[in-house]
Design a protein around this ligand. Sequence first.
Ligand SMILES: NC(=O)c1ccc[n+]([C@@H]2O[C@H](COP(=O)([O-])OP(=O)(O)OC[C@H]3O[C@@H](n4cnc5c(N)ncnc54)[C@H](O)[C@@H]3O)[C@@H](O)[C@H]2O)c1
Length: 340
Amino acid sequence: MSEKPLRIGVVGYGYWGPNLVRNFSASPLTHVAAVADGDAERRQAVSQLYPWVRVAEAADEMLADPAIDAIAVATPLGTHHELCKRALEAGKHVLCEKPLADSLARCEELVRLAQQRRRILMVDHTFVFTGAVRKIKEYVEAGALGDVLYFDSVRINLGLFQSDSNVIWDLATHDLAILDFVIGKSPRWVTAVAVSHFGNLENLAYLTIGFDGDLIAHLHCNWISPLKVRRILIGGTRRMLVYDDTEPSEKLKLYDHGITISSPAQAKGKHEMLVQYRTGDVLAPKLDGTEALARVVETFARACALGEPPVTDGAAGARVVRVLEAAQRSLEQHGARVTP
Ligand SMILES: NC(=O)c1ccc[n+]([C@@H]2O[C@H](COP(=O)([O-])OP(=O)(O)OC[C@H]3O[C@@H](n4cnc5c(N)ncnc54)[C@H](O)[C@@H]3O)[C@@H](O)[C@H]2O)c1
């Protein structure tokens, strides 16, 4: 690996950009050379904390600077495609905030461009880099859950209304990225219903996603809940798990619970005829507590140095947007089943 840290330009220093700049600054693998934000107050905030970082109103200067190796895009969704495209065309590696772009076609264009220019295109699917989600993947791959039957997520709070995307493109993206990483199967159909209580953008949504076989996923996201809930249940034929991201410790619990279907020949009473419940131990595994964004930064820097695609590469970003786009189409067809 190259010994020189990757020189980064960050575009967008609103709510999330500061977390990227903090993690890029803390890593020995990366160096923040410049930050661009259209808002003067946000540029001042950068200069106060990082007086050595160059600030600018727009990305043009950093895109033209041959000393900058990579661009991180932390602006609203509607700007991702244009900024990523310009960065790739300027020969930079790109780390883009989720979701990668506002349509599948635009994601695919970025993926092609990155391939042509031999640059890394990575999406910040942050949850994929949490200790909890990595452990869940380990369990699923090792068969600890048996066959996965369902994935059920609730991601609700008094959330930040996004300026140009509804709650599905904002919050469901996280769960779709987790589903893509952990389950790794292509959905067969998607239904979405949602409502916009204020203005044009939907703030409350329910998505249902069907896969081959009996696997089904349900995602509930809401920007106007008084309670903050970040919970995923995954049920399998052998075990079940609950991931509660709001728990300070013991975020993940593996339940050795399940059901056994008895054949009519073995059954005695009416209630025993089909279903027998099994409850066993509950395990709270030790998790890697490293901040997920620190892992994102490390993964991106290593991918750029080695030229190897990261786990949340442009193709992963496109797979998530394929489902988001199908959900949007379903929404427009009053919850009809849509093939992604
Ligand atoms: N990975 C995560 O967990 C996570 C969490 C929150 C937000 N995000 C993502 O981060 C992105 C930004 O979200 P946010 O909540 O920080 O938004 P925000 O509106 O708070 O900040 C965006 C900033 O970008 C600036 N900006 C917009 N267009 C620009 C341009 N063309 N050039 C320069 N500056 C520009 C704005 O002035 C603003 O300061 C979104 O894609 C969002 O989905 C990711």
